[in-house]
Design a protein around this ligand. Structure first.
Ligand SMILES: Cc1cc2nc3c(=O)[nH]c(=O)nc-3n(C[C@H](O)[C@H](O)[C@H](O)COP(=O)(O)O)c2cc1C
Length: 136
């Protein structure tokens, strides 16, 4: 089986718990149906999301996300095919940013756009390892 994986970073617009909940609620319903899994990392200054699944589904959902006015500056960081999912059992895992990720100052300085694709995927792989039942 081959999957498309896309990771993008963006800047939240009007970030608050209610918005986040509605995004996650929508995501989990749509993604389960489209066989998409992934992880949405969020802080008030950044979203970092991994989407993975059948290529046509990932492209379709990503097309909607890019146009969503709850965030801006959507920057694609990774687009690749893979033989395995990272988050096999999560329609859309969420998790607050951990301390080993980027500081606000680093995000402000645009660090995320300069991180190599392997390192970006490494962030998600580490998170998946820390969560029981994440893998396929
Ligand atoms: C940061 C962010 C992440 C999102 N992630 C997803 C997602 O993983 N899956 C999804 O279906 N919609 C996601 N959305 C919402 C979509 O942009 C869009 O509102 C939604 O898919 C529309 O669903 P509908 O066509 O069922 O109304 C996300 C939105 C934002 C702002």
């Amino acid at each position: 089986m081959s999957y498309l994986q896309i990771v993008y970073a963006s800047r939240p617009l009007g970030y608050d718990p209610a918005i986040l909940l509605s995004i996650l609620f929508q995501s989990r319903a749509n993604n389960a149906q489209a066989q998409i899994t992934g992880c949405l990392l969020c802080r008030d200054d950044i979203y970092l999301q991994l989407l993975e699944g059948p290529a046509h589904s990932v492209r379709r959902i990503y097309g909607k996300i890019v146009q969503d006015d709850r965030h801006v500056d959507v920057t694609e960081l990774v687009r690749q095919t893979a033989s395995e999912r990272i988050f096999g059992k999560w329609a859309m895992r969420d998790d607050p940013f951990q301390s080993w990720m980027w500081t606000r100052a680093e995000v402000d300085a645009g660090v995320v756009k300069k991180v190599p694709p392997d390192e970006v995927l490494g962030v998600f792989r580490r998170l998946a390892q820390d969560m029981p039942g994440s893998g396929d």
